[in-house]
Design a protein around this ligand. Structure first.
Ligand SMILES: Cc1ncc(C[n+]2csc(CCOP(=O)(O)OP(=O)(O)O)c2C)c(N)n1
Length: 374
């Protein structure tokens, strides 16, 4: 891997500053992968396609339900970023812990959350994945090693490092994945967590989903150096940059780096047998506003039109047709079955009751007889 030396220069107190190697970064884009080169069967690709479509249709329907006031509070859509969730989940193990911010529906559905439990959560109903008390920003599914869904920007990053530390401490062989937005990378929480992750060689992937905007502020306007992949350097972490609109690139990258971070293969920052963190920038795009109340005045129609050609679902659909992995009729049928699954989820959510008042204090503290609750 490329590594250049910075020129030696005197420090202010006269001692020589040691050579600083430029840390390497690996790029996962334009690699020309095919499903065959990745060892994926037609069924595998079809399952991934269906999953991405499920996320898309789930959120389109959720937006409609929000308009009908079936859903209240916040609703942040993941539309455009589905290759990230699906590629990451397919490229890692089912029990590798995942934690993310409030744009969480896509990752939860990729991890296999029940669509009914997801929709019921949006409706604030008792059969929701967080018993109707978390809402859109707080999806949770412990059985699927999905640890949320967090509304405080950057707050999930230290918890994600903790999940990675638990993998190491308990010797599970797992690697945690902490997802966060480009806005969150400027929070102190990221830097403290990254430092500890590096210090303790925690098997964690610190993943910034760079969708180009934090609310209405573009990365270029909020960051002195918009090359976010450099953010692991101060902590001695190796970095990767992934084309997040390309399902195969994301899948291949996560398969590679997850095994490196869990210490099962060499590369990046360590030898086999040595766990360590890796910093990951996934370059992606969100097609919708920050939340349902965002009029999106900060970007032009031309920008959004241009990005439509990169739609990860359209791209994989084209690939499947070109490589004769499916027919247009079969893909239409998948769409119909996905829409039917989402409609069933809506019906399930409609029929589920709101949480009874006495459940208000449940699930707040682990300790059952917490003295302040009577
Ligand atoms: C600590 C904190 N500060 C501010 C907010 C308000 N807020 C919610 S989302 C957001 C922008 C975050 O953008 P980014 O991390 O890029 O994620 P994206 O929404 O683009 O996925 C802000 C400032 C918050 N929720 N928490």
């Amino acid at each position: 891997m490329a590594s250049t030396q910075a020129p030696e220069a005197p420090s202010p107190n006269g001692t020589a500053i040691p050579d600083v190697p430029t840390p390497d970064v690996r790029f996962f884009r334009n690699s020309g992968h095919t499903h065959e080169s990745l060892g994926l069967s037609a069924d595998d690709v079809t399952a991934m396609y269906r999953n991405m479509l499920l996320q898309r249709r789930f959120e389109e329907r959720a937006a409609q339900m929000y308009g009908r006031q079936k859903i209240s509070g916040f609703l942040h859509l993941y539309i455009g970023q589905e290759a990230v969730s699906t590629g990451a989940v397919w490229g890692t193990r089912p029990d590798d812990p995942i934690i993310t911010a409030y744009r969480d529906h896509g990752l939860a559905l990729a991890r296999g959350m029940d669509t009914g439990a997801g929709m019921a959560e949006l409706f604030g109903k008792i059969d929701g994945c967080s018993r109707g008390k978390g809402g859109s920003m707080h999806f949770f599914d412990i059985d699927k090693s999905f640890y949320g869904g967090h509304g405080i920007v950057g707050g999930q990053i230290p918890v994600g490092v903790g999940l990675g530390f638990a993998c190491k401490y308990k010797k599970t062989g797992g690697v945690a994945m902490a997802f966060f937005g480009d806005g969150a990378i400027n929070q102190g929480a990221f830097h403290e967590a990254a430092n500890l992750a590096a210090l303790y060689k925690v098997p964690v992937l610190l993943i910034v989903e760079n969708n180009e905007y934090a609310m209405g502020t573009s990365v270029e306007r909020s960051r002195g150096d918009a090359n976010l992949w450099k953010s692991g350097y101060p902590y001695g972490m190796k970095s990767v940059v992934i084309d997040g609109m390309d399902l195969f690139e994301v899948y291949h990258a996560f398969k590679t780096i997850a095994d490196e971070a869990r210490g099962e293969s060499a590369g990046g920052d360590g030898a086999p047998g040595e766990t360590h963190p890796i910093f990951v920038e996934v370059q992606t795009y969100r097609y919708r506003g920050h939340s349902m109340s965002d009029p999106q005045k900060y970007r032009t129609k031309e920008e959004m039109e241009g990005k439509k050609n990169e739609d990860p679902i359209v791209r994989i659909k084209q690939y499947m047709l070109e490589h004769e992995l499916s027919t247009i009729e079969a893909l239409d049928e998948i769409d119909e079955s996905v829409k039917a699954e989402v409609m069933q989820a809506v019906e399930f959510a409609e029929n589920s009751p709101f949480p009874p008042e006495e459940t208000m204090y449940e699930d707040v503290y682990v300790q059952k007889d917490y003295p302040f609750i009577s």
